[in-house]
Design a protein around this ligand. Structure first.
Ligand SMILES: C[S@@+](CC[C@H](N)C(=O)[O-])C[C@H]1O[C@@H](n2cnc3c(N)ncnc32)[C@H](O)[C@@H]1O
Length: 292
């Protein structure tokens, strides 16, 4: 089976209208953060951020498969000495739009360098918000298992009596655990914190993902030949990784140079580039700019 990569040049708010309903299995993306990178792209004022994003998340809700997942990398900035609340407001508005806010992963930027601010410390983490359309979404947890490592020598070495029986949650969550079940095992499930270095070597884009970031979510939420979408594609990290992992991918970016750059990096035989189209039909247009 052939792997395809489609690149749409233009504003996601319009370009996403070209995609069919329920056609995407995973969205992984990092939109421009509020008030940042005004000179290259983005620069949306923090007070206008939610209104700017909601028409795009509405389209994402339409194109996502009911078993699919949306991962949104975002972080609120500091405005006049306070953390801005636009991310929280966005979560609440997206819930009203029909999204379920199912989980929040933390991206710990482990290569963060030292700095000094008068009233806070250096930011070393960002949010990776997980949204779904339904509670029954695809998740391939075994694909991201990690070596038992330190747990084998620390926590699992000193088991208490309650560790050896199923200990049901005291807060009535319905969850229970029997820690002794993990003795003698080589692998464990990971936590919801991803310790990844930021990408410093990508000279083509100032805010590129490290490849491991989309890779981890692609493993966790998709299988081969599924469709992965990045509506703020940038240097195309999500598409490049998806292509390597035998997933079909779709990218959108408003800067033509980024579209051209990603086009050059991917295998041209598998790539199609869509120019902005005046008539936005809800069906996929004929692929018209094949670079074959
Ligand atoms: C933070 S960067 C994404 C970087 C990307 N994750 C990577 O690995 O290179 C955000 C991207 O969104 C694009 N962008 C900004 N507004 C957009 C819009 N309305 N529609 C589509 N793309 C947009 C910018 O040109 C920029 O490349």
């Amino acid at each position: 089976m052939e792997i395809t990569t489609d690149i749409y040049f233009g504003d996601s708010k319009e370009q996403l209208k070209l995609l069919s309903n329920n056609s995407v299995d995973l969205v992984v993306t990092s939109p421009p953060y509020a008030d940042q990178r005004k000179n290259t792209y983005g620069g949306i004022h923090h007070n206008k951020y939610v209104d700017w994003f909601l028409p795009i998340s509405k389209e994402l809700l339409r194109v996502l498969n009911p078993t699919g997942t949306f991962i949104l990398n975002i972080k609120e900035k500091v405005v006049e000495g306070e953390r801005s609340t636009y991310v929280m407001e966005l979560i609440l508005e997206m819930r009203k739009q029909g999204w379920l806010w199912t989980e929040e992963f933390i991206w710990h930027k482990k290569n963060c360098y030292p700095g000094k601010w008068p009233n806070r410390f250096r930011d070393a983490w960002e949010r990776l918000l997980q949204f779904n359309k339904s509670r029954k979404f695809n998740m391939y947890q075994e694909k991201v298992m990690v070596p038992m490592g330190d747990w084998a020598n620390s926590r699992l070495k000193n088991l208490s009596d309650t560790d050896k029986i199923r200990d049901n949650s005291k807060v009535g969550s319905g969850f229970g655990k029997n820690i002794s079940n993990w003795l003698e095992r080589d692998n464990a499930y990971p936590t919801n914190v991803l310790h990844l270095a930021t990408e410093c070597n990508n000279k083509n884009h100032s805010a590129a993902f490290p490849e491991e970031l989309p890779e981890w979510f692609i493993k966790l939420f998709t299988k081969e030949y599924d469709i992965v979408l990045d509506p703020f594609m940038g240097s195309g990290t999500t598409l490049i990784v998806a292509n390597r992992m035998k997933r079909n991918s779709i990218g959108v970016d408003i800067v033509p140079e980024y579209c051209e750059m990603v086009k050059k990096q991917l295998n041209p035989v598998e790539l199609y580039l869509f120019e902005p189209n005046a008539k936005y039909e809800k069906t996929k247009p004929k692929r018209h700019t094949s670079v074959r």
